[in-house]
Design a binder for this molecule. Structure first.
Ligand code: HEC
Length: 94
């Protein structure tokens, strides 16, 4: 089978392009994974003192922390998963 010599550089370019695209896509997931792996205490210290003093876990009962969590999720613009981790920490560390 004869391969058209003029087409070879184009094929190589396509392979390189797809390779770069693949590597960039894989790398783009790294920061997201690092954020998803954060613990409740980490998320609490990073998010809950942006607007006011960080409330200590002993400030409220576990039931009240659930409500505060829902309230502050809308203020802090955090995900449901992040809120659950923070609330779990606040309920456990008392
Ligand atoms: C974007 C700013 C902002 C962030 C971030 C924030 N808060 Fe608040 N927080 C407020 C404001 C404003 C109030 C006063 C009540 C209101 O107007 O909503 C408040 C009130 C509170 C209160 C008083 C009880 C209540 O529900 O009103 C607690 C407790 C509290 N925040 C805890 C937290 C925790 C825990 C986090 C982290 C998940 C957090 N906050 C993140 C703005 C913020």
């Amino acid at each position: 089978m004869k391969i058209n010599k003029n087409l070879q550089p184009i094929s190589i370019s396509i392979i390189v392009f797809v390779g770069i695209l693949f590597i960039t896509t894989i790398n783009a997931c790294a920061p997201t994974k690092a954020i998803a792996a954060k613990s409740g205490v980490q998320l609490w210290s990073e998010n809950c003192q942006r607007c006011h003093n960080t409330p200590s876990p002993s400030t409220f009962s576990p039931e009240i922390w659930e409500t505060v969590g829902m309230h502050m999720q809308t203020r802090a613009l955090i995900t449901e998963n992040e809120r659950d981790k923070i609330v779990d920490f606040l309920k456990s560390a008392r």
